[in-house]
Write a new protein. Sequence first.
Length: 65
Amino acid sequence: MARAMFEYTKTILDKVSFDANLFCKEVKKAIQRLLPHEIEELKVWIFSLIKQNPDLNKCLTILNT
């Protein structure tokens, strides 16, 4: 079930990646809901997404906390 939440989170983040503010809000929610090892995996995925969409850079501060 936890893996399903991780995949769902990635889907949501991908869909809201057009808006950096909304993306940051969803990242905050994800950090609260996911397991620690999933958060680390999500960080890697988000870094690759940021390479494609540099506007999301402002969300990096959320990931570093």
